[in-house]
Design a binder for this molecule. Structure first.
Ligand code: GRF
Length: 218
């Protein structure tokens, strides 16, 4: 059987992308990373992917007259690489239905908050400002609603006295690197699906906030 092919979209340093590269190298994820795409020419993750021998491409959104034209170029590049699932990993562009529809049900994002709390930007500072006792991260299916697609997996971390947005982000990021490859593994194993408006694992609808990673048997 053909090995599943992942396309990873980044805009920055690409630490989640590296977690996928490592998971594939360790055999925890039975997939090939077929291409890493960035909308930013200087994204640090591009060099890291190339160093790992993974094909990269940059499609600069500033070269396109509209979001839809940019999205169509992304779709074309991913289709050229015969992608089975798309992993948004710190990809900082809002996507239109031109992109979302062709990959609907096999398109994932990771968002650094306990969705539905804090969609959008500055999630860690917002959690601190609200005095939250815990923060976290969510892997979710992507739908046209920004950060609003059905959650698959969440990991929680404590907010500690003296935390800054940076220290909290670092604690959350460690969890990101664990839960994102795991969620994609479930998908590639055929266990995880987007059905109607909800996510299902092993045929069972998931709770509205997804599976609690911290409660998972290790
Ligand atoms: C992560 O915090 C992710 O949750 C958010 O953007 C950041 C990307 O970091 N969507 P990296 O580029 O994967 O290191």
């Amino acid at each position: 059987m053909k090995r599943p092919r992942l396309g990873i979209l980044i805009s920055g340093r690409g630490s989640n992308m590296l977690a996928f590269i490592d998971a594939c190298a360790r055999g925890e994820l039975d997939a090939d990373i077929a291409v890493v795409l960035s909308n930013k020419p200087g994204a640090g993750g591009l060099e890291k992917a190339a160093a790992a021998g993974i094909p990269t491409a940059c499609i600069d959104h500033r070269d396109y007259a509209s979001r839809e034209a940019f999205d169509a170029a992304l779709v074309g590049e991913l289709e050229r690489h015969d992608i089975d699932a798309v992993v948004l990993a710190g990809f900082m562009r809002i996507l239109t239905p031109v992109f979302i529809e062709p990959f609907y049900g096999r398109l994932f994002n990771i968002h650094p908050s306990l969705l539905p709390k804090y969609p959008g930007l500055n999630t860690h500072q917002r959690a601190l400002d609200a005095g939250d006792a815990e923060a976290g991260v969510t892997v979710h299916f992507v739908t046209p609603e920004l950060d609003g697609g059905p959650p698959v997996l969440q990991a929680r971390v404590p907010v500690l006295a003296g935390d800054s947005a940076e220290t909290l982000a670092a604690r959350v990021l460690e969890q990101e690197h664990l839960i994102y490859p795991l969620a994609i593994r479930w998908f590639l194993e055929g266990r995880l699906q987007l059905r109607g408006d909800g996510a299902c694992l092993d045929g069972e609808p998931l709770p509205p906030t997804g599976i609690d990673f911290c409660a998972q048997p290790r």
